[in-house]
Design a protein around this ligand. Structure first.
Ligand SMILES: *Cc1c(COP(=O)(O)O)cnc(C)c1O
Length: 423
């Protein structure tokens, strides 16, 4: 038995499924997950001493690569002053100013501890501001595991085969309406079903929790227009796309101005951070200024802020990172696409900048239904073969591959060689 297998045997006895987040389980693969010891640059090392090229990148935060020296040093330095005060600190002000000054659609921002919390709080603020209850989300978009958002929630839920979650009372999702991604008519229909009742439309501006599904031409613009016509707010869930597609996220990349934005993942550089922000008059609804209650003992934690702010400042100061990520995306995903074409395999390859996904289906993937047409058994075989070749991907057909600045051309070529062998 490998050390990972031994650890997994111990883990399942004491942790549900042996993991602290279901996406880490190899449930769809039928093996023990690799237990990780350490990571550096684009490589991750398991407890058995195997080295893999890592395309999980902690699900996005490690956009500069693992164990980035400046971030590690900022954490060590901050920790010398104490781990948490539960009181206001200077670095929180710096973080808020830095983001608001650089991202035009954010006047004010509030730090929380996860993407889940960010979305839950943004939705509450939207409801408080509009005085309306209904939320429109899209099938296949994941917005964290708060009750109201666990409807057709994409990857993690998809792979475990449970359409929704037990333990969520019907009342909690009664005001959550589900539209079809890339289908403006479906949104219009829901708006018409509940005139004057929709508080917000929440969307992943690039679907990245049902594989990768970029927005169709005009989709995000259309959402902006429908929201304006119906007095609803537009919330971009930029937990994955924020600071990734561009520094200003998908909003900057596509040139659309959302009313509220949620962040997670990259904003904490690997520490547990989320945030929500947007128009001043909405954010001034939040306690203690306004009547929308939202709080957090560890929110804005000084160590987490040090890590996150160091990463954001680096990204802002090095815009070439985005150009390079774009080129690397073209090289990796474009290369994968070419392999499929050469081998005349009818699978689909969706990608945008540093995010990509190979769907084991011959259908064009534009929404949840088409994503679900993928052959997960075929993916599992491919995944296992890739792992043997030293490539570490998310153990699910419905997750994105995350490129980081640390993935070199050589490493990408090695990955392509592995794909050629394994597909
Ligand atoms: C990961 C994710 C979340 C949830 O963030 P957590 O930090 O895991 O709670 C929310 N929205 C999107 C788009 C995500 O990808």
């Amino acid at each position: 038995m490998t050390r990972s297998e031994v650890l997994f045997e111990r883990a399942v006895k004491r942790i549900p499924g042996g993991v602290n987040s279901p996406v880490r389980a190899y449930g769809a693969i039928g093996e023990a997950p690799r237990f990780i010891d350490r990571a550096d640059g684009c490589y991750i090392y398991d407890v058995d001493g195997n080295r893999y090229i890592d395309y999980i990148d902690s699900w996005g935060p490690m956009i500069l690569g693992h164990n980035f020296p400046a971030i590690r040093e900022s954490v060590v330095k901050a920790s010398e002053k104490g781990l948490s005060f539960g009181c206001a600190t200077e670095i929180e002000v710096e973080m808020a100013e830095f983001i608001c000054e650089r991202i035009p659609h954010i006047d004010m921002i509030r730090m929380v501890n996860s993407g889940t919390e960010a979305v839950m709080s943004a939705v509450r603020a939207a409801r408080g501001y509009t005085g309306r209850n209904k939320i429109i989300k899209f099938a296949g978009c994941y917005h964290g595991h708060s009750d109201a958002m666990l409807v057709s929630a994409g990857s993690g839920v998809m792979t475990s085969g449970v359409p929704d979650s037990a333990g969520v009372p019907e009342g909690c999702t009664r005001d959550t309406m589900t539209a079809v991604y890339n289908d403006l008519e479906s949104v219009r229909t829901l708006m018409e079903q509940a005139p004057g009742e929709v508080a917000a439309v929440i969307v992943e501006p690039v679907g990245a929790n049902m594989g990768v599904v970029p927005p169709a031409e005009g989709f995000l613009e259309g959402l902006r227009k429908l929201c304006d016509e119906n007095g609803a707010l537009l919330i971009f869930d930029e937990v994955i796309t924020g600071f990734r597609l561009a520094f200003g996220g998908a909003a900057e990349y596509f040139g659309i101005r959302p009313d509220l934005v949620t962040y997670g993942k990259i904003i904490g550089a690997g520490m547990p951070v989320g945030a929500y922000g947007g128009r001043r008059e909405i954010m001034e609804m939040v306690s203690p200024v306004g009547k929308v209650y939202q709080a957090g003992t560890l929110s804005g934690n000084p160590i987490a802020m040090a890590a996150g702010l160091t990463q954001l400042k680096y990204l802002d100061a090095h815009p070439e990172v985005y150009k390079e990520l774009s080129e690397k995306g073209q090289m990796l995903y474009g290369g994968m696409k070419k392999i499929l074409e050469e081998k005349e395999i009818p699978y689909r390859l969706n990608f945008i900048e540093s995010l990509g996904c190979m769907f084991f289906t011959s259908r064009e993937v534009v929404d949840y239904t088409s994503a679900k047409s993928a052959d997960t058994a075929a993916f599992a075989e491919y995944f296992k073969a890739m792992l043997k070749c030293g490539v570490h991907m998310a153990p699910s057909q419905f997750e994105a591959m995350f490129l980081s600045a640390a993935h070199t051309e050589t490493v990408i070529q090695e990955t392509l060689d592995a794909v050629k062998k394994c597909i």
